[in-house]
Design a protein around this ligand. Sequence first.
Ligand code: TLP
Length: 347
Amino acid sequence: MRQIDLRSDTVTRPTAAMRRAMFEAEVGDDVYGEDPTVNRLQEVAAALLGKEAALFLPSGTQANQVAVLSHAGRGEEVIVEAESHIFYYEVAGIAALAACQARPVPGHRGMMDLDRVEAAIRADNIHFPRTALICVENTHNRAGGTVLPLEHLEELSGLARSHGVPVHMDGARVFNAAVAQGRPVAEIAATADSVMFCLSKGLAAPVGSVLAGTKAFIERARRHRKLLGGGMRQAGILAAAGLVALDTMVGRLADDHANARTLALGIASVAGLHVDLDTVQTNIVLFEVVDPAWDAASLVAALEQVGVLCSAFSPRKIRLVTHCDVSSEDVSEALDRIETVMTRGRR
Ligand code: TLP
């Protein structure tokens, strides 16, 4: 039985063109700044995002943490959306690595209420930490891959600027946002001082993320990357795949979005499952298990038995992610299997 892996877009494998580019990559020692392929990827990424400079890092988590370290100092405060990756899934890195305090603000579909953000920005008072950074996530993973509207980001950016606080965007899937909105990614990136994006999710490169910002910020980030052990040597082998990813994999994200919509519409018609279709904006489908005979963990286990892999996201929520290794036929097949499991009921 063919497995259909919808756990994450991180499971994508490098394409044939990436493997060829990796094989042929010109390399050097990147800690000396001498890897021509890494340098090229950084230049291409900075230009795409409309930023002065960029840095290649091994993972999105490290890129986010390096961003926090490079914006904020010990004992300062970082405003984060309460369900954001940087707060929820990064092993308390803000506290453990940057020695900062996270100030979570609840969001709706990933968007923090601007009044609440403003209220969370600290006044100048000897008792208070300084607010050093505001983080946003676009697309927003735990909200179901929702796109943060440009007007919202622009308002947030204006608010942050008026208080002299920089904004970091966890844009692990910012290319999904750009494709969904039909806007250049630079327009989205312009609303943040620094932006991180992942090459190893929907763009299918095997490893790596990029952090972009001003030259001065990236110089600080390079030092922090070294501190976290992310200074790699002949990393051009990885960057070569990243260049192919940017060149060939961005436009096709629209197919993943169409597949996610089909998947969501199918799930919406299965008794016992509920999807808020308005949240299905990119390549993520977050659905709720309402049938009391199941919970997320038991349904994930039953689906695994029939070769559909997905992730339990909360006691009653399951996440499915479409990507380039899942075709529209796979989506129909996955829907058939999901329906069969739900109709057969819990054994
Ligand atoms: N997200 C992973 C898991 O960690 C949940 C996934 O499968 O979605 N920012 C966002 C918004 C992310 O979704 C992720 C990965 C990261 C950062 C971290 O990237 P990596 O995995 O490269 O450290």
